[in-house]
Design a protein around this ligand. Sequence first.
Ligand code: GDP
Ligand code: IMO
Ligand code: MG
Length: 425
Amino acid sequence: MPAYAVIGAQWGDEGKGKIIDFLAENAAVIARYSGGNNAGHTVINDAGTFKLHLVPSGICWPHAMNVIGNGVVVDPEVLLKEIGENNLDPTRLAVSDRAHLIMPYHVVLDNLEEARRGNAAIGTTGRGVGPAYVDKVAREGLRVGELLNPEALASRLTEIVSFKNEIITKIYGGDPVDLNDVIALTNKWATELSEYIRPVENLVGDALDNDEKVIVEGAQGALLDMDHGTYPFVTSSNPTVGGTLTGLGMGPRSYGGVAGVFKAYCTRVGAGPFPTEIHGEQGDKIREQAGEFGTTTGRARRIGWFDGVAGRYSARVNGFDAMIITKLDILDGWDEIKICVAYEIDGERTDQFPVDAAKLARVKPIYETIPGWTESTRAITEPEQLNDGARAYIKRLEEVVGVPTKILSTGPRREETLVLEDFLA
Ligand code: GDP
Ligand code: IMO
Ligand code: MG
């Protein structure tokens, strides 16, 4: 029963979309289990460049079924846009009837709440993801399946919108949303999405029973996990492996492999502690060279050295059995490269990742410096093409994180990929 999880191992944007598009050639189902359109997954292949926020990254393979699981929060406007842009019919895309809806008032509240936080803002993507999950947990959310029962939905919306408007106007001083507009929107969504709405547990479960490969697509990253990440500077879901089981309705014995996607260095968007952050000109140079600007919001990503302490922690909380390292080519031509191997906190050395954000903000990284390489790794696809310097760097990352590397990514395009060992074996 081979399911394979591909999970962001850092703070998101590790290149999950690229890797999943590469792997999906050999999979029957590609399934998202968490997050919403806060994600931005870039896929580049002969068919073009795709920036996907909600639909899984398997859409370029006609044979693959793409599934949006119950753990995802769905903004139907974004979903319909992506369905239209990519000509996805219901034989290639399904959305769980139990996924929660991101409603217009969630987007309004996300932005009002960020403004209220002022200097303590999280730097959310402003897509309404957090407030939609809040309503889910509060048992006040609306689920995708409810779109199919318009009368009952309109009645619930009348109550909900009235209460949300009280909060929007009286607590935040914002502009109310219009109930009739919201009801009209949900009617449109119902008409346009009805054929895509299904109980996806069977879709995933049947594929596994039939020994077909299922790729479980992570969004965000382990260090943005609501429980295991740098709380409160996190997203409102569980991108770590535990979230895959609840977010899709599958069991742990389905797994044939759990891979962590690591960038060869680190990035982070939004606020929160980032021990290995490179400030100033050097960080700016890497950002420009590597094009580190958010796929969803266009914001400049913060840049840092590879954080081995965080990487080891991420491997532990996810049980990774494989590392997939991306953007190796970006390090070509550097004189030397640093790897953070331990932290100093309040004068003491530790190799443990502190979960407390305030403590993490006081961390001084302890670096090991590795010589760089002059040869290009860009687009190499064979292990023999890997130069000694890059090989030594990868080996050191494996030692520090404690997990073997199965795939190296050497460019943004699908074919710019070097397989060391078959992850879907
Ligand atoms: P995701 O959210 O994890 O799917 O990652 P994003 O798509 O947000 O960001 C990764 C960026 O790096 C995208 O612009 C990709 O096209 C690009 N990318 C992915 N892998 C590589 C690689 O190996 N080398 C280079 N140079 N770029 C890559
Ligand atoms: P992918 O799937 C990077 C970050 C936001 C913010 C925090 C909370 O492309 O890797 P939210 O809107 O989720 O409430 O914002 O999480 N964040 C991401 N950072 N990549 C992502 O997704 C992210 N999704 C959310 O920047 O710091
Ligand atoms: Mg991204």
